[in-house]
Design a protein. Structure first.
Length: 79
């Protein structure tokens, strides 16, 4: 998954230890029901965190982070 993100110009996604239960639950839900929305939301949140971390290093001070996409429907984003 991270290879795909990096190939498309995104930073790698890191799932924090605190997100382990959410990660496992969302994977199970996707596997059992076919509903990937929880997993996509988790990936979106982790990707935005990685992107915000990356941008905090390279963007000018005071620039607004990418918060406007945090609550967007993950189905709107495709690689």
């Amino acid at each position: 998954m991270n290879f795909v993100f990096m190939r498309e110009g995104y930073p790698p996604v890191v799932f924090k230890k605190e997100e382990r239960e959410r990660y496992l639950t969302s994977l199970e839900e996707a596997s059992v029901t076919g509903n990937m929305m929880s997993f996509l939301e988790l990936v979106r949140d982790a990707l935005l965190t990685s992107l915000e971390t990356f941008l905090s290093v390279v963007r000018p001070a005071g620039h607004k982070p990418v918060e406007q996409v945090r609550n967007a429907d993950p189905g709107e984003f495709a690689l």
